[in-house]
Design a protein around this ligand. Structure first.
Ligand code: NAP
Length: 255
């Protein structure tokens, strides 16, 4: 059975157990979507989000996924297929949000091959192959949103590899939009600015936070809800002609 218009739409949010992904998952549920979310190390956080979504009145499932583990990435399509059949009696989902990611601060002179490879595996290689594997499971007319970063546009010392990989994600977004245009699958990038989550150990001491706020036109750091609310609003036909775009949500950081 394929997706029909009168069924609830289903979104898969990677890294939906905490931070930005959690906010995307909860706000999507508030807008009437069912949710499959993934966690990596924090199963209990993933299950807590599932409980919150069920309390909103939507269906949700939490699954383990490590985007750095190629065996787990290549197997994930089959896992999703089974979950869709079992929980929704469906063959396909409607939206994919590639949100899971890591930061590991390191100046260029200090960056080892190990740090480099781990950043590549989680933030780029895993995203590419996960999306490749999931394409047959995304309904025609669906949408993929890849999470990039303001750091793909501007440079902060210590984030060279991360920023370059996010720039790569933005290029991939356009390629996926091109190659899957025949199926009318839209592919967009959302690039958050400085968002106050636990990402990479958090945003540091008050002085550092003030410095970021002073470089942001709206005068503050972002929070997860700033991103989750916007992305959830994109997961509908209201954004039906938005395709292959990069949308930065950063309050006007580094302009
Ligand atoms: N926060 C910012 O300032 C900021 C700015 C720009 C872009 N971003 C991007 O926004 C996205 C989410 O960031 P966030 O701030 O919400 O981070 P976060 O609070 O650290 O949450 C990261 C999420 O990703 C999951 N995750 C971590 N490593 C993973 C792996 N190897 N495989 C699969 N999942 C993994 C985590 O799951 P577990 O907890 O279960 O391990 C968690 O759900 C990332 O792509 C990040 O690059 C963040």
């Amino acid at each position: 059975m394929n997706t029909t218009t009168n069924q609830p739409k289903i979104v898969l949010v990677t890294g939906g157990s905490r931070g930005i992904g959690k906010s995307i998952a909860l706000n999507a549920a508030k807008r009437g979507l069912d949710v499959i979310l993934t966690y990596n190390n924090n199963q209990e956080h993933g299950e807590a989000v599932v409980t919150e979504i069920k309390n909103i009145g939507r269906k949700a499932v939490a699954l383990k996924l490590d985007t750095a583990n190629m065996a787990s990435v290549m197997e994930f399509g089959n896992i999703i297929k089974d979950v869709l059949h079992k929980e929704w009696h469906r063959d396909q989902l409607d939206y994919l949000v590639n949100n899971a990611g890591i930061a590991q601060r390191s100046l260029i002179k200090d960056t080892t091959e190990e740090i480099f490879d781990h950043l590549v595996n989680v933030n780029f290689k895993g995203v590419f192959f996960l999306t490749q594997q999931l394409m047959p499971l995304i309904a025609d007319g669906g949408q993929i949103i890849n999470i990039s970063s303001g750091l793909a546009r501007f440079a902060f010392p210590g984030t060279a590899v991360y920023g370059a990989l996010k720039a790569g994600i933005e290029a991939l977004t356009r390629y996926f939009a091109k190659e899957y245009a025949d199926r009318k699958i839209r592919v967009n990038t959302v690039a958050p600015g400085a968002i106050d989550t636990e990402f990479g150990g958090g945003k540091g001491d008050e002085a550092h936070r003030q410095q970021i706020a002073s470089q942001t036109a709206l005068g503050r750091l972002g929070n997860a809800e700033d991103i989750g609310l916007f992305i959830a609003s994109m997961l509908s036909d209201d954004s039906r002609f938005v395709n292959a775009q990069r949308i930065e949500i950063g309050g006007g950081i580094m302009i």
